[in-house]
Design a protein around this ligand. Structure first.
Ligand code: 4AD
Ligand code: MG
Length: 476
């Protein structure tokens, strides 16, 4: 196979003829082409003998034109690269009109690049982010495979909307202008494609539980959808979630798993994505330096990643956290948007970030939340008011993982569903798990984009997924 830029940059087969295809990043002094083929953040320098090259050809060497270059690999005379190509032949594979190409070799705002999401991956920042996204995805599968988990594909279309994780997108093939109606005037979904109301999933958890209760250790890694109108830097309407589910594992085991898993995938990219991380580290430090002192990250990106890998996450009960928050300065001085007055309050991202960034200064796992602010399936503690829930909180991100030990006791679960008005008939299959060989089991969900955000230091979640879906935005 033809070598790519990453391979040529490692090569020391000097004076050999090589061929390389890629896109022009820059063209300097009618002589130096920086060619990139996506295999690495680095470009290969291709030096042309411009005096013997057709002027009409030189004019077509413009930013983002696709070229095929043949030449000899030599040790570079100049600074900044070890090897370069002395060009013997250039073929223009695809022209790129410089007057129309939207991405110039200068700094563009991320907002502008989002409007050109089909081309933004040709920039250094986005190509680095997307290569890291790919490496993280591989690391996820590697971790679970090496630890005895089976990959389970949760369905995307679901008939239940009982998870309670968020607003759902409905799917239907009924004619919206003239849907069949029941006698009472309501839409008759029995005439719809699936014979009932269906949605696209907010989480594969409930289905993953069924598989964990047969295969033992499973995980899903797929797209999930939430129709919340949250226009924040951490929410998408379509995002990818990793959800392991393990039979015979309690909440302590769940916390151990989450911590070990996150550290392992971060370690993987620290070891395997050095060039991209070095580039993003520099970008991160530069960007932080433009922020006011108090909002600046004290660590560089690489320091943050190494810190997470090397240090234990702090485990703190919800009750302890509320005590800390009630008595902290920003609460007393009413600097929080939501003031914490009493036990039972739901934590907002400002509180989570205070705990992680200001108080503990390390990743935190909060556990044993009030039952009233968590989902119906979480296992009730003996105190009758808290559940075996856990959230992993990260600096700059807030919640990155949400999980729990599941309620495995049939009677307790039914009781809970009744209290919350959840139809038992709709979740008959979920209740069956508690009838036929029930057992302690636990799992969690990690938002993949939030992990990519943390790893790459990108401030906005829209910049770590190829084509973000957010309210009012589904171009491309
Ligand atoms: O905390 P959540 O809602 O938990 C669940 O869905 C459980 N069923 C998971 C489980 O126990 N198997 O979501 C899990 C994680 C969050 O911690 C967050 O990282 C991410 O998913 N997340 C989002 N990421 C991007 N955009 C959104 N709108 C998100 N909502 C949740
Ligand atoms: Mg959550």
């Amino acid at each position: 196979m033809q070598k790519n830029v990453a391979e040529l940059l490692q090569s020391d087969q000097f004076l050999q003829e090589v061929q390389i295809k890629g896109w022009v990043r820059t063209f300097r002094a009618n002589r130096f082409i920086a060619l990139n083929d996506g295999s690495t953040i680095k470009n290969i320098q291709c030096v042309i003998d411009f005096e013997n090259t057709d002027e009409s050809l030189l004019k077509r060497i413009t930013t983002s034109a696709a070229l095929s270059i043949t030449g000899t690999l030599v040790e570079s005379q100049g600074k900044g690269q070890r090897v370069e190509i002395n060009v013997s032949n250039i073929e223009i594979l695809g022209d790129s009109n410089p007057d129309e190409y939207p991405i110039q070799p200068k700094k563009h705002s991320f907002e502008f690049l989002r409007e050109n999401a089909h081309l933004r991956v040709r920039t250094n920042t986005f190509s680095a982010v997307m290569r890291l996204r790919s490496a993280l995805s591989f690391a996820v599968h590697k971790y679970f495979t090496e630890n005895g988990f089976y990959n389970f594909h949760a369905p995307i279309i679901t008939g239940s909307d009982a998870e309670g994780a968020g607003e759902m997108f409905k799917i239907s093939t009924l004619d919206p202008k003239n849907p069949p109606k029941k006698e009472n005037g309501e839409i008759d979904f029995s005439k719809d494609f699936f014979g009932k109301e269906t949605n696209i999933t907010v989480s594969g958890q409930l289905e993953a539980e069924t598989y964990a209760m047969a295969l033992g250790k499973v995980y899903t890694f797929g797209p999930t959808f939430r129709a919340e109108n949250s226009n924040t830097t951490r929410h998408l309407a379509e995002f990818w979630m990793i959800e392991p589910e393990v039979a015979f594992m309690d909440l302590d085991g769940n916390m151990d798993l989450a911590e070990d898993f996150i550290k392992s995938v971060l370690k993987y990219v620290l070891d395997n994505c050095k060039n991209d991380l070095a580039f993003l580290d520099e970008r991160f430090v530069k960007e932080e330096s433009t922020k006011p002192q108090l909002q600046r990250s004290e660590m560089s990106l690489l320091e943050k990643l190494n810190f997470v890998v090397d240090n234990q996450f702090k485990r703190v009960s919800y009750t302890e956290a509320i005590d800390i928050l009630r008595n902290c300065k920003p609460n007393k001085k009413k600097k929080f948007q939501y003031i914490i007055n009493e036990w039972g309050a739901d934590l907002q991202s400002e509180h989570e970030r205070f705990l992680v960034e200001k108080h503990f200064k390390c990743p935190v796992i909060l556990f044993d939340y009030p039952a009233t602010i968590k989902a119906f399936y979480m296992r009730l503690n003996d105190d009758g008011k808290t559940v075996r829930a856990m959230d992993v909180l990260f600096p700059g991100i807030g919640e990155i993982v949400g999980g729990s030990q599941r309620e495995e006791r049939y009677d307790v679960l039914v009781e809970k569903m009744k209290a919350l008005d959840i139809d038992e008939k709709e979740l008959w299959w979920y209740l069956d798990l508690r009838k036929f060989g029930t057992a302690v089991h636990s799992g969690f969900g990690l938002g993949f984009e939030r992990l990519v955000q943390f790893t790459t230091g990108m401030g906005n979640i829209r910049d770590v997924i190829p084509f973000p879906r957010t309210p009012q935005n589904a171009e491309f």
